[in-house]
Every structure is written in structure tokens, then in C-alpha cells.
Ligand binder design. Structure first.
Ligand SMILES: *[C@@H]1O[C@H](CO)[C@@H](O)[C@H](O)[C@H]1NC(C)=O
Ligand SMILES: *[C@@H]1O[C@H](CO)[C@@H](O)[C@H](O)[C@H]1NC(C)=O
Ligand SMILES: *[C@@H]1O[C@H](CO)[C@@H](O)[C@H](O)[C@H]1NC(C)=O
Length: 770
């Protein structure tokens, strides 16, 4: 999100100081200000809509334009302070945006695992709970004058290509998982207080943005060519769920173009889809400087005034960057955009500020006004960060089984690798300053005596100079744990990977250490994206493999808890782990989700790619064994056709698939009950993934996730899990024209190892005309 000119711009124009922590002055409507306190926009009892209109009516054009940018100017005449809109809270309050700083009473904030790790928990309760903690800490920092109230998180782009440097920020590759994560995290951040917002979240980057810098193509110049079909059933899904189910207060458009139009200048995407069709109650913000980018770098318009006018007319309300502040007034004067359009944009941003309570006077007497430094990095918050890491760690392999390790048998552990004693690596990108860290070495130290060797100087591992010490350590210890993988030098914003293998000579180190180990060797991987570790799966000396993602501030403790069995792992991969040869001849720029045999195109994600994998989406082992049986489920479901549509030729039924909009299926749901039995000897948590395989057709996915549920089951007991599948939303597929249809006929539900067929049949009510 950061672009160099913008940092300069932000520093230069930040008109107020965040650097000291003192009681926060009111942003506007100071009760001590006799000029403004009686104005209608300051009356908390009036409807927000009326207050916003009153305020807009008092602003001059140039004052309005000053409010169109992230570092909104003060309007001192009306008692409004400047406001920095740009703050980030992807997985903890972050200082990536200029609106939030650490220091003075707030040295750090709870740093949760990176999102890809938290997603692996498949636990919607956890996702919302994290959002609640983050917004408590954000409000506390706001009250201390150190943070903003508008957070440009979460990132809900689909993890479409395994090389993407920002895949770590996302909840993975499945639209339902990403959308469900979005709705829950946003609810946690924004609170459930009706119209009032705790903080305002933002789902980004709309849309089809999932390439940063690959093979000479960067996000500032990329034109994503996307079919209507893929937009409707892949790229739009998380954003739609974020807006409609999460009720998010903001959506961010992206840098790239979609089918030749910059997303921030596309009225079809912003005004028609997000605003009108999905009913966004909030503001649309640009990615940082993306309006400037489509003018300067994409040369989308011939004058800067046209670029500014296009953005506002398309439905953009706020520019992260200086561009609209500089060019909008001239655009109005030239008649390219009307003042009414500007008012429309301000209506959306000011409404959010009012919902946040920013026009309600003294912050200290408002809801959340009591939160302060004592509410940040609390033991409970840090405990949840540890818990999230435990729930997100995925056990990939466990031969023997070797894990969990017993402390009696394994008293001395060699812990080896460039990530074996890391701190900031564990929190990934878009992080802040953590409250503290527990590294893997420290975590292991509470279970056993450790011998630590780095093996490689860093993850790039260009030299074998340190191999000798590592091999020596492994030959002496009762067990060897290698903590390998990636960090932000390998995958990050503006840094896509070139390949999927472990970098440099890491693989060689792993194999040599495993060969020399006296006891079992366990490979622990830290990474956001998938790694092709086929070599390790095929090495009989490597007993177990664990993926920790970027496990957050206490990740090292969570890894140790899993290895020694204090925690029984229940995480599942939220993305496919492809073999290295998957990306040979697969340009990252090729957006199509579906495979094409004639083009030799493999397709993307478990929904469309059928080739070899290293580990499939949804893979993850436990220390116990779960058995699933279906307790009840229908075998037939009638889909009622909308009476008005009957006889309307074949627009309704095409290829035996009914248009969703032509059915009465709003509340049509498929209820199943599944018994999950723990037949092993350890208590554990099962992640029940329910897939549907639609009747065969040219354009349907092989299978798609239609529900998931997490359940704790004590050893030797069983739990009955009820699952309701919304038929229209989840059993539908999208045809080539982007129309959602429900295929009639047999859908096969896959739950664990159980399959259950359900037949969908059309039902026409009333008399059928012939
Ligand atoms: C491990 O990392 C911690 C935290 O950075 C550091 O204090 C400690 O010295 C490191 N241990 C070793 C053995 O290098
Ligand atoms: C419409 O499609 C259905 C199912 O494919 C077919 O049975 C029917 O004859 C078609 N009707 C018309 C009017 O083409
Ligand atoms: C989901 O996470 C919450 C919060 O950590 C936890 O209380 C709950 O037990 C988890 N659910 C399951 C089934 O593990």
C-alpha cells in the first residue's frame, strides 16, 4: 500500500501531533466551543443523516475538497480538527498507516498470528474474538491520541496464485472461507452496537488484485483480464459477504485495472455493484495513491482533472493520497464533475465519522471512552494470540506417529534453522510492535534442554558454513527440530516469489541434518505461501512436518505445545500446496480460475485444479482419530420456481440449471446432522469441512466448500453437529455469462470420508400452462 511520494506527503501535511499521550481533545463539537456546540451537526440526538447534511451545507467547495483525502484538512471555522484516515489492523493494531503510532503509554499491541494462520483454525468464533480484542486496543490507543478509528483491514483478496507475496495477509483460496472470515473479523472490529461503530473496518482490495510484482509486471500497471464467471463465483464473493453479512463500513478499490478499467474509476464496480447492489453503508477509499497511479502510470485519462472526476463519478469517496485534494476543485470548475457528486462522497465519509462518535463531543464520556493503556497487551489478549496460534498450526505429516514428543523420552532437543529463534518473522507483514515474543527456541526450552544452531545465517541460506554445527547438534540430541521456511525478504508486498521450493540451500541443510540425527527429525515450516517440500515427505529420516504459518507474538510457545502434545493440532490448510512444476509455464498474470485442456492451462485452487498436489486444501492431521457418520440428511430437495417465470422459454432452465433469481429459495436450506466420534485416545478438535460436488457440467467446479464447522470432541465420545447449507448461495454454480444457477439433479456432499447424495428437483407451483 505504501508508495514513496505518499510517505513524504503524509509526513509533510500531518497537521497535528500523535507523539504524546494525553487526554484526547474532541475531534469536533467541543462542548467548550460556543460557536459550534449548538449547531445541528453537533447534536448527538438528531439523526446522523440530518447532521451530515447540515455540516455539508456549511462547507465551501475548497473545504470539501480538503476532506477528500486521507489526511483530511481541519476546518477550524467549524471546529473540525484534521483527521488521518489511514490506520491498519490486519492482525493487531499496526503502525503501517500514518494514523497510528506506538510510544508514550502504548509501547506495543497484541500481535496475533498472520491471517493465513488464523484462517487455518476454521474457527469463526476465534476470528470475531480477535477482531474484538484488536478494536479494544485500537480504541484505547485512539483515546490516548495515538491511533485512528478507521482501519483499512482486512485483506480479502483470493489467494489465487501460490507465489503471491501478500497471500499471507489473506484467509486463503476459498471464497466461502475468505468471505466468512471477512464478515466475522469485521463484526469483531466494528462491534454490534447498531449504527454506532467501535472502529470502522475496510475490506480490500476490490477487485481481482492478487499480483504484486511478477516477471516485470507490477500491480500499478497490471490489467487483470477476468471473466464474468470468475468475478461472480470467485472474486466478488468475499467482498459481497463482507458488505452484506459483515456490514463493513468501507471498501477499498485496488491499483490494477479489471478488463481495461482502473477499479477506482469503474462506476460499474463501485457505484453499481458495491454501493447499489450490495448496499454498502460506508465509504469507498482508493488504495494509496491509486488515483494518481492510473493517471501517471496507466495514462488512463489525458488530464489529471479527468482522472479526479472519473474517480468521484465512479463512486470513490476518499483518496488515500494527495491527488483528489489537488485536482478536484479544477475538475469542478471545468464542469467535469459536479459539486453534488462531491457532496455525495462527503456524505459517505462524514456519516462514518459520525457513527464513530467523532462529532459527539468529549471522547472520554462516550462508549469505549474508558479504554486506555491498561487495556492493551493484557494477559487475556496475549493469551488469545497464543490460542490463535495453537488453533492455526497444521500438522502435515506424522509418520509412526512420532508426535507428540514425550518429555520423558526426549530430554535434549536440537533446535536448528534460520527461523528457530526468530521474533518479528513470526508476525508477518502489516504488523505493529508486539507486546513481546516467545520464539520457538524459548517455547521448546520450557519442555526440554535445547541445543540451538542456526544452520543458515538467514532464510536465503546461501552458504553451508554453519551446516557443521547443526549436524553436530543433531547427532547429539534425543530429537531434532528444524525450523525453516520463509520471511518477508522472500514474500511480501511488492515481492512475489519466483518459485515454491525452500530458498537457497535450506533443503540441503534439512537433508543433511536429518541424516545425522540421532533421534527423530521434525520439520517445522514458517511461511505465508505454500512450499513444495516433497523432498522431505519422501525422506524416511524426516518423521513429521508442521506448518506454523507466521504464528504471531507467541508462536514459539504454540509450536512447542503442539510438538509436545499439550495442544492437539486441529488446523487445516486454507490453500493448496502445489508442486514446483505447477508454476512452470503458468503466468501469474493469467487470471482464469478454470482449467483448459486445449490451452494446457491447469486451473487454480482446489475448486478447479485437478493435478498433483503436495498437500491439498483442507489437509491437516490430529493426534486422535475422528469418524463421521451422517445422522440425518435429506435425499431430495425441491426448488420452487418463481411462479411469474414459468413458461418464460429457457432463460430460467438452461442445461438443467435454474437461475437463482427465478426461484423462491431465499430461505431454502439443506439441514444435515453429522455425528463426529473421537475414536482415538486424545481429546481433540475436528474441523468438519463439507463440500458439494455439483452434477457434471462444463463450467462447474470439481467440488466446492459449502459449510465448515469446528467441534471439540473428548476421547471416546461423540458430538452431533448441525449444519445448514443455504441452497441458493452454496449449491449454485455460475454459468459463462456470470449468472448464478442451481443445477438440478444429484449433488454429492462430501463430509470427511462420508458421501451423501442429494437430488435437487424443480417444483412449479400452481397450474402449469402448456
Ligand atoms: C534468541 O532470541 C532471543 C530474542 O531475540 C534472544 O534474546 C536470545 O539471545 C536468542 N538466543 C540465542 C541462543 O541466540
Ligand atoms: C427448455 O429446456 C428444457 C430442459 O433442457 C427442455 O426440456 C425444454 O424442451 C426446453 N424448452 C424450450 C421451450 O426450448
Ligand atoms: C474457537 O475459538 C474460541 C476462541 O479461542 C474457543 O473458545 C473455542 O473453543 C474454539 N472452538 C473450538 C471448537 O475449538
Amino acid at each position: 500500500m505504501v508508495s514513496a511520494p505518499l510517505i513524504f506527503f503524509s509526513l509533510l501535511f500531518l497537521g497535528f501531533s500523535w507523539h504524546t499521550s494525553k487526554a484526547l481533545e474532541p475531534f469536533a463539537c467541543d462542548p467548550k466551543d460556543e460557536v459550534t456546540r449548538n449547531l445541528p451537526f453537533c447534536q448527538a440526538k438528531l439523526p446522523i443523516e440530518d447532521r451530515v447534511k447540515d455540516l455539508i451545507g456549511r462547507l465551501t467547495l475548497s473545504e470539501k475538497v480538503g476532506l477528500l483525502v486521507n489526511n483530511a484538512a481541519a476546518v477550524s471555522r467549524l471546529g473540525l480538527d484534521g483527521y488521518e484516515w489511514w490506520s491498519e489492523a490486519l492482525h493487531g493494531v499496526s503502525n503501517v498507516g500514518p494514523g497510528t503510532k506506538f510510544g508514550a503509554g502504548f509501547p506495543g499491541a497484541t500481535s496475533f498470528p498472520q491471517v493465513i494462520t488464523t484462517a487455518a483454525s476454521f474457527n469463526t468464533t476465534l476470528w470475531e474474538a480477535i477482531g474484538r480484542v484488536v478494536s479494544d486496543e485500537a480504541r484505547a490507543m485512539y483515546n490516548g491520541g495515538m491511533g485512528g478509528l478507521t482501519y483499512w483491514s482486512p485483506n480479502v483478496n483470493i489467494f489465487r496464485d501460490p507465489r503471491w507475496g501478500r497471500g499471507q495477509e489473506t484467509p486463503g483460496e476459498d471464497p466461502l472461507v475468505v468471505g466468512t472470515y471477512a464478515a466475522n473479523y469485521v463484526r469483531g472490529l466494528q462491534g454490534n452496537d447498531g449504527e454506532r461503530l467501535k472502529v470502522a473496518a475496510c475490506c480490500k482490495h476490490f477487485t481481482a488484485y492478487d499480483l504484486d510484482n511478477w516477471n516485470g509486471v507490477d500491480r500499478f500497471h497490471f490489467n487483470a483480464k477476468v471473466s464474468k464467471q470468475d468475478i461472480e463465483d470467485t472474486f466478488d464473493v468475499p467482498f459481497r459477504m463482507c458488505v452484506k453479512e459483515g456490514k463493513v463500513a468501507s471498501v477499498m478499490c485496488s491499483y490494477n485495472q479489471v478488463n481495461g478499467i482502473p477499479t477506482c474509476a469503474d462506476p460499474n464496480l463501485l457505484r453499481r455493484t458495491v454501493r447499489n447492489e450490495w448496499g454498502l453503508n460506508g465509504y469507498i477509499v482508493s488504495d494509496c495513491d491509486s488515483v494518481g497511479v492510473y493517471y501517471d502510470k496507466q495514462h488512463y485519462t489525458s488530464t489529471p482533472e479527468e482522472a479526479a472526476a472519473d474517480a468521484i463519478k465512479a463512486g470513490l469517496d476518499l483518496d488515500c493520497g494527495p491527488f483528489l485534494g489537488i485536482h478536484t476543485e479544477d475538475a469542478v470548475k471545468r464542469g467535469l464533475v459536479s459539486e453534488a457528486d462531491i457532496n455525495g462522497a462527503l456524505f459517505n465519509t462524514l456519516t462514518v465519522q459520525m457513527r464513530l462518535g467523532m462529532f459527539d463531543g468529549e471522547p472520554s464520556v462516550q462508549p469505549y471512552g474508558n479504554l486506555g493503556p491498561k487495556d492493551v497487551c493484557t494477559p487475556a489478549h496475549q493469551g488469545l494470540a497464543l490460542e490463535a496460534a495453537r488453533q492455526g498450526i497444521v500438522l502435515l505429516n506424522n509418520h509412526g506417529p512420532t508426535l507428540p514428543l514425550s518429555t520423558r523420552r526426549y530430554r535434549t532437543i536440537a533446535i536448528i534453522g534460520p527461523n528457530a529463534n526468530v521474533t518479528v518473522t513470526m508476525i508477518g507483514n502489516y504488523a505493529g510492535v508486539a507486546c513481546g515474543y516467545i520464539t520457538p527456541l524459548q517455547g521448546m526450552g520450557s519442555y526440554a534442554r535445547t541445543i540451538y544452531q542456526q544452520g543458515c545465517a538467514d532464510v536465503s541460506c546461501v552458504s553451508d558454513q554453519r551446516f557443521g554445527g547443526a549436524i553436530n547438534a543433531a547427532s547429539q540430541a534425543d530429537a531434532t527440530i528444524l525450523v525453516m521456511g520463509l520471511d518477508q525478504s522472500m514474500e511480501a508486498e511488492f515481492r512475489d516469489r519466483a518459485g515454491l521450493l525452500l530458498p537457497g540451500r535450506q533443503q540441503e541443510l534439512v537433508s543433511k541434518v536429518a541424516m545425522a540425527s540421532k533421534g527423530p527429525t521434525i520439520l517445522v515450516l514458517m511461511s505465508g505461501g505454500p512450499i513444495d517440500v516433497s523432498f522431505a515427505m519422501n525422506d524416511p529420516k524426516i518423521s513429521a512436518i508442521l506448518w506454523a504459518g507466521y504464528p504471531g507474538q507467541s508462536g514459539g510457545a504454540a509450536i512447542a505445545d503442539v510438538l509436545f502434545g499439550t495442544t492437539n493440532p486441529g488446523g487445516k490448510l486454507p490453500m493448496t500446496w502445489y508442486p514446483q512444476d505447477y508454476i512452470t509455464n503458468l503466468p501469474m498474470t493469467e487470471m482464469a480460475m478454470r482449467s483448459s485442456r486445449s490451452k494446457g492451462y491447469p486451473g487454480r485452487t482446489y475448486r478447479f485444479y485437478k493435478g498433483k498436489v503436495v498437500y491439498p486444501f483442507g489437509h491437516g492431521l490430529s493426534y486422535t482419530i475422528f469418524v463421521h457418520t451422517i445422522a440425518s440428511a435429506p435425499t431430495m430437495i425441491s426448488v420452487t420456481l418463481d411462479g411469474h417465470r414459468r413458461g418464460s422459454g429457457n432463460t430460467t432452465i438452461s442445461g438443467k440449471a435454474i437461475r437463482v433469481t427465478h426461484t423462491r429459495c431465499n430461505r431454502l436450506s439443506l439441514g444435515i446432522e453429522v455425528d463426529v466420534k473421537n475414536v482415538g485416545s486424545k481429546d481433540g478438535t475436528d474441523t468438519l469441512l463439507v463440500y458439494s460436488k455439483p452434477p457434471a457440467g462444463h463450467w462447474v467446479p470439481h467440488k466446492q466448500l459449502v459449510a465448515f464447522e469446528k467441534v471439540h470432541v473428548a476421547a471416546g465420545t461423540q458430538q452431533r453437529v448441525k449444519i445448514n447449507i443455504h441452497v441458493c448461495k452454496y449449491l449454485s454454480v455460475v454459468d459463462r455469462s456470470g449468472i448464478r444457477r442451481i443445477p438440478m439433479g444429484e449433488h454429492s456432499l462430501h463430509i470427511g470420508n462420508v458421501m451423501h447424495p442429494v437430488s435437487l428437483q424443480p417444483l412449479v407451483l400452481g397450474v402449469i400452462k402448456t
